[in-house]
Design a protein around this ligand. Structure first.
Ligand code: NAP
Length: 299
């Protein structure tokens, strides 16, 4: 089987490539946007790295030619001067859908987020919701997987968590009282590979979250304890953080905005976890944290 991955240099992409090379005979077109990103990809006879552009779906289709399944990972939470939700989340997904249609791809997988909705008042959730619409209405066999915060050795979520857990004192948004359902990145990538192998002919929506709810505060304290540390957690009031973010993001042309703060502090809740449907055995949170800390120790 040959698959294509967009945003192959993302944290999910790099972890997916590792799974593919270590445990499968799948060939991969690994799509990235720059030479710099290409250098971050592992080297393997199974991986064919290619520079792709999302500006022209015909060129994109030519670059992804030969792939039966397309895994669309490119996407952002934090905007900057060079990239916006409109370009990275909405337009890029529209281009990938058009390219998949041109190619006659057998399956398209799109990684979305818990909370995505085209009608959301939050610009990030709205952009992911609009992107989902392109996939849903594409006529292609597709899997849309909404995920919560992802935890794995190189995810942004794990870096912030460890950054806080190693302090003796830290202040976090709202005291970290919001509830999360952290998902092990290995579980997400197993789900992606299972979808690539699926013979479903429709577009399906899944919400895949981790096995246990935990507040961010407790997650930091649990991680700190596993690092033999004790951390005192204080609170940055959310309203003040949003005010500061509104000013600084306007000056910098991106970064942490009130929109991002609303995403971070939202309770991650789903009606039904798709682990059974996606044939995944969820990794217990304790094991996920052990893997992350082990990786950090060996770095
Ligand atoms: N990490 C999480 O906790 C989490 C949670 C929910 C959903 N997700 C979704 O999962 C996917 C992978 O997440 P991740 O955290 O692994 O991503 P990541 O490491 O932040 O990487 C982002 C990727 O998007 C690409 N990108 C940025 N701007 C772009 C644009 N304008 N057009 C096309 N591509 C662009 C980047 O390419 P360059 O390097 O060239 O900029 C990079 O490949 C994303 O769609 C994300 O929304 C992640």
């Amino acid at each position: 089987m040959k698959i294509a991955i967009t945003g192959a240099n993302s944290s999910v992409g790099l972890n997916l490539l590792k799974h593919i090379v270590s445990a499968t005979d799948i060939d991969v077109i690994a799509g990235v946007r720059s030479d710099r990103a290409m250098k971050s990809l592992p080297s393997s006879p199974q991986i064919d790295p290619r520079i792709i552009t999302y500006q022209d779906s015909t060129q994109l289709a030519a670059a992804l030619e030969g792939a039966g399944c397309i895994v669309h990972l490119a996407g952002i939470l934090i905007e900057d001067k060079n990239t916006s939700y409109a370009s990275a989340n909405v337009d890029a997904t529209e281009a990938v859908v058009e390219a998949a249609q041109k190619l006659g791809a057998k399956h398209l997988i799109f990684i979305s987020v818990v909370g995505a909705s085209k009608d959301s008042s939050n610009a990030y959730f709205r952009s992911k919701g609009l992107a989902e619409e392109f996939v849903k209405n594409s006529g292609l066999a597709a899997s849309i997987i909404r995920t919560p915060i992802l935890l794995g050795p190189n995810t942004a979520g794990a870096s912030s968590m460890i950054g806080a857990a190693k302090q003796s004192k830290t202040k976090i948004l709202g005291g970290g009282k919001y509830s999360m359902r952290p998902l092990d990145i290995d579980d997400l990538n197993q789900a992606i590979l299972n979808c690539c192998n699926s013979d479903s002919r429709e577009a399906k929506l899944y919400e895949l979250v981790g096995p246990e709810p935990i507040s961010y505060r407790d997650l930091i304290q649990k991680t700190a304890a596993m690092m033999n540390n004790s951390v005192e957690i204080g609170s940055v009031p959310v309203a003040i953080a949003k005010l500061v973010a509104a000013i600084s993001s306007r000056i910098k042309g991106g970064g942490i905005t009130p929109t991002v703060i609303d995403v971070i502090t939202m309770d991650e809740v789903v009606n039904k976890n798709a682990d059974g449907e996606l044939n995944i055995t969820l990794t217990p949170l304790q094991n996920t944290l052990e893997k992350i800390l082990e990786h950090k120790k060996n770095k």
